[in-house]
Design a protein. Sequence first.
Length: 554
Amino acid sequence: MVGYLRDLYRWRSWFHAPRRQRPQALLLWQSLGALTLVFLLASESALAVTPETPEVRKLIESGLKYLEQSSEGRLGGQCLIGLAFLKDGASPDHPLIQRAVEKCKTVAAQNASNTDVYSNGLAIIFLVELDARKHRELISSYAGAMAHRQKKHGGWGYEKFRTGDTSQTQYAALSYWELMRAGAPPSVESVERCLNWLLRTQDPSGTWGYQGQDPGDYKLVEQRKTGQSMLAAGLGSTMILGNMLGILKPGRGVEVTDSPPEEAPPGLQVANQAAKKKVITLSGNGVEAQRVTEAVQRGQQWIQQNFRAKLDSYPYYYLYSTERYKSFEELLTGDAPEEPDWYQQGYEVLRSTQREDGSWHSSAGEPCATAFAVLFLVRSTQKSIRASLGQGTLVGGRGLPSDLSNVQLRGGRLVVAQKKTEIDELLGMLEESSGDEIEALLDNPQAISFTSVGPEQARRLQQMVRSSSAESRLLAVRTLGRLRDLDHVPTLLYAMTDPDNRVVRAARDALRLVSRQFGGFSLEDNFTDRQRYDALENWKQWYRKIRPDAPLLP
């Protein structure tokens, strides 16, 4: 910068220099201009993007517009397209989402076991993300088919091959995580078998092969058709299943954390052990924890040395796999930058390869390639994790909080003990689901009159809106509304999608309080789904106007 300013000063003096000296000064000016151009270009290329920046939104919206005009007949393809719209915040009534639901019903009625593994897994993922309660029987049908397809060695793959297929297995692993979210977890034995197969079929270099060569023990052998795509599939699946079994815990990196810190009091150790059996994990004991952490470390080392965003074959399938693996890596390490470098690289690939009609092309077909691209751009897996985990906890297998110094087991959950206040008493009541006291508050809404809460208390209220009983969700929404804080609007928007109409009405009233628009975006008490999602879209548009850089909205 000092040199830059010096050149600028010399350029200014050029006008006062004798004519014979001007050529030299002109050369300085030309040099300065070149430096300025380089500086500006470097600054422009360094600008990072997120799923909400206009450049990214343009790609997403163009891709979705193409999908609305496209044709895709396969079950997995239709579920993938429906998922893309769903993760971008479309109403469940969107025609392509409903088309995917009808396809799921038709195929299940014929025989869910006749579907391929990809379609089977995507059907589960899509239906759980859409409405796990409403589609419970349909999900159960596909879950049974997925369990039946698992091979004896633990992986999934083509029926005609004995080997397991790392690419297909990743969709089984993610569907298992979704089933856990839905409160219908797979068997521990099935999860263990799959994870052990992944540990046995890792290449010594750290990546995985396409068709896993299983040596029968844990002495790693060379795999075939290895690379980044299979690394994302294998490592992502290992992280997901290791987390489900409680071996890899949120915010702990990949270190084994089977016991509480040595300085923890005896009572805490007892609470931890009880929580492990009831809450934290699937309670499996057929996987050696050290093998899991070593496999993850090998995989991370490999990708650090070999990562590149663009691949020659199935590039958009690969990018979606990368987003999935990276999202779980962020969960486990606790390091989740807003503008990660891998996302920037992926965005550049998608920006440069999107066609004029909004599509992306690959041998998977334009509709599926485009849906994969959109799911990458919207950070689909990150949205699912944030919605389900709050502060990094699985719905079916919660991880321990990072601070174990004041942990207590309360109502089957690990909570941090703090000095009691009025709001703490309410939170404790909601966390314990104290029946009579909650019913009394439900009958008397004016009893909730808090005007301010601390950041940790607000976080707990927001988490309750996403994962607690209907009564607790209702009271948490009412409380957040009375705080009249714009920061809580995204949680209130999420509550507008609640399956309990009481919670939706409370969210509507809370948004009116926060916005001071007491009759705004009218939604009658006896609303239809169409009216609910029309109102939700109106509220989202209102919020984006006053908060252009708003966080992810439902």
